[in-house]
Design a protein around this ligand. Structure first.
Ligand code: ZN
Length: 318
């Protein structure tokens, strides 16, 4: 099992979960002058401006007075936690016009999925946390039981139905997804190989590990086995946990595994993959990075757990 810190993990805040139910305390934090706000506009994160029209890799974190100029603070805020003695809140500015809000806050909104890999890990983790919480609020505005508009509670970490005869409580959800590197060690002493596929939703030269969502009523190990069978018709065993990565794009956690192939013939599921094949360690070492158009084979982004699984496998090869 890896102790390697994944990108988007290792956030800098004390989440102070025991304070969330104290409404007076939350309100007092919201009203402090030193409180910091992390703005999100419909899933995009506010960054500092570098060259005109371009963002830097530094988040634009705002003061109370700055946020007060663009919105009434009674709208959606979520308490994220304490950084030393400073309270941090995520603030949803989605009701404003993107360009106007960004101009007033002297920043630029960007998609964290693209910008996150260039950011300091602590900042990437902080913005991913804010984005994930506000996505949950935006997609859970109504009670799932009776359809009434629900209220944010517990500093934004719970939503409650106001209907007295319903009163359903809903908590932020994280969807588990398994991601796995399948290896084959030939019985004749040949070089070990690993299985990677080119996913239809990624550029065609990018080859990565297989992945899929965990379904109700199955263990993580069963999900690994099922997904590999569905995507490439390969049977695996010896499923071993390696590491996890928060992936709030919009609401997942990636659970990384190794698995050993029992069969090697590949039959690709065309819905998910355009191709899949076995790679030797030499082939992977010769591959380029994502976006390196001189390379026929490109590896997944360096901030991804897929790349971690591949790199860790490579380190074990002669
Ligand atoms: Zn309800």
């Amino acid at each position: 099992m890896s102790t390697h810190q994944m990108h988007y993990a290792g956030g800098p805040l004390d989440r102070a979960g025991h304070r969330r139910k104290d409404e007076q305390w939350i309100q007092a934090q919201l009203e402090q002058n030193g409180t910091r706000f992390i703005p999100v506009w419909r899933g995009s994160s506010l960054m500092q401006i570098g060259k005109p029209g371009r963002s830097t890799s530094e988040p634009r974190i705002c003061s109370r007075s700055e946020i007060g100029k663009v919105m009434d603070l009674s709208v959606q805020t979520t308490f994220l936690g304490m950084g030393h003695r400073t309270p941090y809140f995520a603030v949803d500015l989605s009701n404003g016009v993107e360009e106007n809000v960004a101009d007033q806050l002297n920043g630029i909104f960007v998609d964290l999925r693209l910008a996150g890999q260039h950011m300091e890990p602590e900042n990437a983790a902080l913005l991913a946390y804010a984005r994930g919480m506000l996505h949950w609020h935006r997609s859970h505005q109504y009670c799932s039981q009776c359809g009434t508009k629900s209220d944010s509670r517990n500093g934004g970490h719970m939503r409650a139905c106001p209907e007295a005869n319903c009163a359903r409580e809903t908590y932020p959800r994280t969807d588990p997804a398994v991601i796995m590197l399948v290896e084959h060690i030939p019985a004749d002493g040949g070089a070990p190989v690993c299985l990677m596929g080119s996913h239809r939703r990624l550029p065609t030269r990018v080859f990565s590990t297989l992945a899929g969502f965990v379904e109700p009523g199955e263990s993580l190990e069963e999900a690994v086995t099922r997904e590999v069978l569905e995507e490439v018709n390969v049977i695996v065993d010896d499923v071993r946990y390696e590491a996890s990565q928060p992936w709030p794009f919009p609401s997942s956690i990636m659970l990384g595994f190794y698995a050993r192939a029992v069969t090697t013939d590949i039959e690709v599921d065309d819905d998910e993959l355009s191709s899949a094949r076995w790679f030797t360690s030499e082939e992977i070492r010769a591959a380029g990075d994502w976006g390196d158009d001189s390379a026929d084979i490109q590896l997944p982004r360096k901030d991804s757990i897929a790349r971690h699984l591949i790199n860790t496998w490579l380190e074990r090869q002669p």
